[in-house]
Design a protein around this ligand. Structure first.
Ligand SMILES: [Zn+2]
Length: 213
């Protein structure tokens, strides 16, 4: 029998600020896997429970750095996200990767910023699934809007900036290059809505301006 051990030694000293970003990356992995096009019920189930763990433990792990129960739960949720995304990812990651490499913006931070823009862009394609998710997460209402509000509130509590322009000085004439990189990203094919270069440009533009779809 093979026993896998996940060590949390040393992890408790992670600098405040890094754990909220990596935690939001874990959320993005579970969320994008759950919403990704394609048939993979096992990945969907893992992603649902991964997001439930994140809802319960992320803020506690960030606010109480020495709470090992919260940190252990986040490690498990992160592992579940990376297991679930064998199904696919989506535009949150497509938009993030170019910004991470060209502007040296933390991957988890950019994912957290792009999350509500991509959710609202994909709304028509994912609304039914998000309603099911809001029920699983026991949010106040079973609705897309209630889930979106939870994401926006979580970002506020973690002090994640709302606009991409708050973390990167991206000029209008650089959006074309970034959009092409985003379109060619391997995550793009998993997005629930088929994406064009125009869509990528629009999502960058809205994210820079802080305007949801
Ligand atoms: Zn990621």
């Amino acid at each position: 029998m093979i026993i896998t051990e996940i060590s949390i030694d040393g992890y408790e000293e992670v600098v405040h600020g890094v754990d909220k970003k990596t935690g939001m990356d874990a959320l993005a992995h579970n969320l994008e896997a759950y919403c990704a096009s394609g048939y993979h019920p096992m990945a969907d189930g893992i992603a649902l429970e991964g997001m439930s763990l994140i809802k319960k433990w992320l803020l506690i792990a960030v606010n109480e750095g020495k709470n090992l129960e919260a940190r252990s739960a986040m490690l498990v949720a992160a592992t579940m996200g990376s297991t679930a995304f064998q199904k696919g990812l989506g535009a949150i990651h497509s938009l993030s990767h170019p910004v991470n490499s060209v502007y040296n913006i933390h991957h988890g931070l950019s994912n957290a910023i792009f999350m509500p823009y991509v959710l609202t862009f994909n709304k028509k394609e994912i609304e039914k699934k998000i309603i099911k998710l809001s029920e699983y997460l026991e949010l106040e209402e079973k609705s897309f809007q209630c889930f979106l509000n939870w994401i926006l509130d979580l970002r506020k509590e973690l002090r994640i900036p709302h606009k991409l322009s708050d973390v990167a000085n991206i000029k209008t004439n650089e959006i074309d290059k970034l959009s092409l990189m985003a379109l060619e990203d391997p995550s793009t094919s998993g997005n629930p809505k088929k994406l064009s270069l125009k869509d990528m440009k629009l999502m960058y533009k809205y994210s820079l301006e802080g305007k949801l779809f």
